[in-house]
Design a protein around this ligand. Structure first.
Ligand code: Z5A
Length: 225
């Protein structure tokens, strides 16, 4: 029976997921909670190869893309996420199944039922206990991602070059997911500065699981999420 906590972060380009994930991981580790940070695509050795294929290929057929994300996830769940949860860790994952629904479903307009089935197969039914949706206007996210790429001397990657209406469709997709899964998905206003966003997420996290606000040593018994 898994005893860990599975938390995912979702949102569009430049929403601030990686920044928030780093803040939360640092805070949890300071309190002594065993924490694993990971991401999709790319949370395993195979996943890193798939990530390169997915993010660097000029043009993949949408169905090919969908199947590669599913393969990445199947490997990630079985080799990384599930073992960490079985070991009682807090798993913080940058993107998971909701990204497939938003990007491949709403964005690329592939069949949503098929995506749900593939997600079910790839995850063996493992759903996050809590998901933070970083809600940011599309234009703000694209500007942030563009500025970051320029500062690092990189060109915008393939997905960031896609038309604006694609990004609006996937934003709508995340909104739909949040409305349909209100008990799992917590919306965060991602226009806030990083520190405020991190505080808002921490309050939500520790309201749900007060034991995580204490040091790991002071927890008497492991709580079930
Ligand atoms: N994808 C998919 O299509 N289907 C799937 O099933 C899955 C994924 C799992 C992964 O790209 C791509 O895979 C992604 C979807 C697709 N599409 N694209 N492109 P990635 O891993 O390379 O990148 P990303 O996941 O899209 O994240 P990102 O663009 O790197 O953004 P982020 O992690 O959300 O944000 P960040 O790196 O923390 O911050 C971005 C910049 O904004 C940076 O300069 C920060 O300093 C700044 N920032 C961060 N937070 C703030 C706040 N709060 N205020 C102001 N500025 C901030």
């Amino acid at each position: 029976m898994p005893t860990g906590y599975f938390i995912t972060l979702e949102g569009g380009e430049g929403a601030g997921k990686t920044t928030l994930l780093t803040h939360l991981a640092r805070k949890l580790e300071t309190l002594g909670h065993p924490t694993l940070t990971t991401r999709e695509p790319g949370g395993t050795p195979l996943g890193n190869i798939l990530r390169q294929l997915l993010l660097e290929s000029d043009r993949l057929a949408p169905t090919t893309e969908l199947l590669l994300y599913a393969a990445d996830r199947a490997e990630h769940v079985s080799q990384t996420i599930q073992p960490a949860l079985n070991g009682g860790k807090i798993v913080l994952c940058d993107r998971y199944t909701d990204s497939t629904v938003a990007y491949q479903g709403y964005g690329r307009q592939l069949d949503l039922d098929l995506i749900q089935q593939l997600n079910q197969i790839a995850t063996c039914g493992l759903a996050p206990h809590l998901t933070f949706w970083l809600d940011l206007p599309v234009e703000t996210g694209l500007k942030r991602a563009g500025d970051r790429a320029k500062n690092m001397g990189q060109s915008l990657d393939r997905l960031e070059q896609t038309p604006l209406d694609f990004h609006h469709r996937l934003h709508h997709g995340f909104r739909q997911l949040a409305e349909q899964n209100g008990d799992r998905i917590a919306r965060l206003d991602a226009t806030q500065p990083p520190d405020c966003l991190a505080t808002a997420a921490w309050v939500l996290l520790t309201t749900r699981w007060p034991e995580l606000a204490q040091t790991a040593q002071s927890r008497s018994t492991p709580a079930q999420p």
